[in-house]
Design a protein around this ligand. Sequence first.
Ligand code: VG1
Ligand code: CO
Length: 542
Amino acid sequence: MIETIATTPYDDQKPGTSGLRKKVPHFQQPNYAANFIQSIFDALPLDGGETLVIGGDGRYYNREVILMAIRMAAGNGYGRVVVGKDGILSTPAASNLIRKRGASGGIILSASHNPGGAKGDFGIKYNGSNGGPAPESVTARIFEKSKSIQRYRVWTSTAPDISKLGETTLGDMVVEVIDPVADYAELMESLFDFAKIRDLIASGFRLRFDAMHAVTGPYATEILERRLGAPQGSVVNNVPKEDFGGGHPDPNAVHAAELISHLMANDGPDFGAASDGDGDRNLIVGKGVVVSPSDSLAVLAANAPLAPAYAGGLAGIARSMPTSQAADRVAQKRKIGIYETPTGWKFFGNLLDAGKVTICGEESAGTGSDHVREKDGVWAVLLWLNILAERRESVQDILDKHWAEFGRNFYQRHDYEEIDAKAANGLMESLRDRLASMAGQRFGTLVVSEADDFSYKDPIDGSVSTSQGVRIIFSGGSRIVYRLSGTGTAGATLRVYIERFESDPSKHALPPEEALKELIATADVIGEIKKRTGRSEPDVVT
Ligand code: VG1
Ligand code: CO
């Protein structure tokens, strides 16, 4: 029986860069999750009988919300839900399932790289029928619905056991519990030359994949160890935990320090990688070298045709605005399109659907292609392995040759986390106020050539997104970008993105902090970071 339950709205259910993210106790307020899920359904043109994919990264509170979402799907007329066993689906695996099963969409429960546990973070996002995150027009409608919601609909009886594979029913709706890994592994096998990668590994090439106790454990174990023959134990921290083992499942130099230390050792592995909470990000580490995500995007784009799925070349490349322009140089040389979008994967969807681009990436360790509509951590690792299997060179050699051919875009991102929200907004406002007078100003040897607040007009549907980050561009092409994070759950996070191009190969081996020294100092002068936030150093440098 369908029950209609009365509820009252919350005023803070506005989705951010990637869905609604709050602390677990915030989500545990009466009807908080149910309100948001009903608002999603209310924002959609549902006719009844549709298929919905549901899954999450296994963090604390995942199961409760999934069981509720299944009952609400039945209460809202869905014909079928496809749910990962135990509620597990990595974000790219969910994207794949939506596409493969012709679902009208999916609900993904994740707060991605944010910490989990009873006091940690939780999140819900909706993806549409192309498998990609809902565009801003849809998230805006969901927010509108959430502000006036009066009731939600739910099927009375409890949801079926999601720890058993197979089909059951809840009212008129079929609940199909599937193996979360099988379809995804099959997709990967269709894109890459597994035999070549198997040969590479059999030749003694050693790899280490750190799943950070998050969702990629079962995926990486199946693909890297079982299908590609990496010795057992190559995938570490491979059992997903509700609290990610107390860690922070963000694959960067700070949180993946343990992995990096293995790769810096003389007798360490040849290749290391890590993924985040929900499996859409990737960190690539070679022997003695951490690959900057922006460089990884450029190297993958330049070498993708070595893998079977991309042998015909790329239609184009898209990167988020703060991502370094290394990928642009590849696009220019290869004479393919390059697109610059705001931060967040939802902005790549239209370009991918229209066939304008094949590969996309963000500086935050996200890369992906047109095989799904999300960034994809394991995919990026496999593309790297396929390239390494073809080239049989070290990661360092591949990077060095790439820079020699295209030049090097030195790059760093500085994060100032949990700063006072007022101070953060004041800093951004002050920057915006000064934009008009910025051009022509001199800071040391740097002269500002252009300054703006990035806005984007989607070339496919014409929608416009404004205030996406302040860009200060200097003559010669160096850049400083300032923006506030849209995924945090406490205070504000200021991200400062710093980039300088160097064409001279004799200078490519410089450490980034040295190559960027003057820009880093200038970022504080222009942004008044120390003065306004009281912080003398960023919390995380990536
Ligand atoms: C961050 C990253 C952005 C990424 C987003 C979601 O957003 O900068 O590139 O798309 O997280 O990634 P923000 O607004 O905090 O800068 V994930 O792996 O959380 O789904
Ligand atoms: Co993620």
